[in-house]
Design a protein around this ligand. Structure first.
Ligand SMILES: Cc1cc2nc3c(=O)[nH]c(=O)nc-3n(C[C@H](O)[C@H](O)[C@H](O)COP(=O)(O)OP(=O)(O)OC[C@H]3O[C@@H](n4cnc5c(N)ncnc54)[C@H](O)[C@@H]3O)c2cc1C
Ligand code: FES
Length: 334
């Protein structure tokens, strides 16, 4: 039986025991520690952790999108896949408080379905029992798609935490389970099953100049983060958002972003990739990952969007030698 020390971001350490053949995630779960997991299958990368010491077997049932060879070489591993072969010390990339939170499942009613563009819908929901819903800004929910045999899709919260209302900003793909449902069937007054909260892409204290990179509806978690900072105030370091979308109309909630500037040291830049724009820069958010723009400052960085966008931003940061103090990412895997 392996002894596993789990170090959390907030300085806490918990020692757990793993039975032979148990993954780290299962051993933690047995000790009532909910390491952030999503797929539990080596696909999403949510359970990525850093191995400080010890040996393990991670098998080969994971995909490159969840963890790259380079990350493995740097000492990262997937808690849902790794089986300890010795005692281990592992850094969990989340706080101990997050790992104590149990997910809750409840019924929520669609209050409003609003098209922000032809392919982006904003969904506002309330719990049927009127409960207050708490999550960390940046986290996400699983929404069960009606008549799908219990299939769920992940959506990041874009609203204010700690209220009775949930808000999501969702891209409707030309074809897809939740996309088809949201485009035609979802209607106000309908009740859905929702489970939350999930994820380790959440807002930490702002202790350094901070960069947010959003691709498409990857803006959703940043809206939740900015709502929180706007409410609490007292932010001392600049926050800069780079926000890219395919077309002008898919750059959404710009008035809301403008309003954040009044109370926060916040600014943002926008770009569109698929058409010429009179109002926004042309191209991808990577155009601003440039030493001439960002200088030699060390930043806390958050990236959210489709996997190719997240990978492109990471690559540019590395190639330009922009220094990150903390680095957090969320890929909107389909
Ligand atoms: C942690 C997390 C948080 C997320 N949060 C959000 C969010 O806040 N907002 C949001 O909009 N999405 C978010 N997503 C993505 C979302 O969960 C769904 O994957 C997405 O909406 C597609 O679901 P679907 O059921 O319509 O498609 P699925 O039925 O899952 O099928 C996807 C299909 O569409 C195809 N496809 C993929 N990309 C494209 C494309 N660009 N054009 C055409 N076809 C394509 C795929 O090949 C696949 O066949 C999140 C994902 C994760 C993992
Ligand atoms: S939980 Fe998805 S890769 Fe481990």
């Amino acid at each position: 039986m392996a002894t596993i020390a789990l170090n959390f971001e907030d300085g806490y350490t918990r020692i757990i025991k793993g039975r032979a053949g148990d993954t780290v995630a299962n051993a933690a779960f047995g000790a009532k520690i909910n390491i952030p997991l999503d797929c539990n299958d080596g696909v999403c990368g949510t359970c990525k952790c850093r191995v400080r010491s010890g040996s393990f077997d991670m098998g080969d049932n994971y995909i490159e999108d969840a963890i790259t060879d380079q990350e493995i070489a740097q000492g990262f591993a997937l808690a849902c896949q790794m089986v300890p072969q010795s005692d281990m010390v592992i850094d969990i990339l989340a706080s101990s408080a997050v790992c104590k939170v149990k997910n809750e499942t409840f019924a929520a009613t669609i209050q409003k379905k609003e098209f922000l563009s032809t392919e982006i819908v904003k969904l506002t929901m309330k719990a049927v029992d009127g409960r207050k819903i708490t999550y960390l800004p940046g986290q996400y929910a699983h929404i069960e798609i009606p008549h799908s045999g219990g299939k769920t899709r992940c959506f990041s919260f874009s609203g204010v935490t700690g209220t009775d209302t949930l808000e999501f900003i969702i891209r409707i793909l030309p074809d897809g389970l939740s996309s088809n449902y949201l485009r035609t069937h979802a209607h106000e007054g309908e009740t859905l099953s929702i489970t939350l909260p999930f994820g380790r892409f959440y807002l930490r204290d702002i202790t350094a100049p901070t960069l947010f990179f959003a691709g498409g509806t990857g803006i959703a978690p940043f809206l939740a983060m900015l709502e929180r900072l706007h409410t609490t105030g007292g932010v001392k370091h600049p926050i800069h958002l780079f926000y890219g979308a395919t077309t002008d109309e898919n750059l959404v909630e710009l008035a809301r972003l403008d309003a954040f500037k009044s109370k926060l040291p916040f600014q943002y830049q926008t770009c569109v990739s698929n058409e010429k724009s009179e109002k926004h820069a042309q191209g991808f958010v990577t155009q601003w990952i440039d030493k001439k723009v960002l200088g030699t400052t060390a930043y806390d960085m958050y990236i959210c969007g489709p996997p190719p966008m997240v990978d492109a931003v990471k690559k540019s940061i590395q190639m330009e030698g922009i220094h990150s103090i903390h680095f957090y990412e969320e890929k909107f895997m389909t």
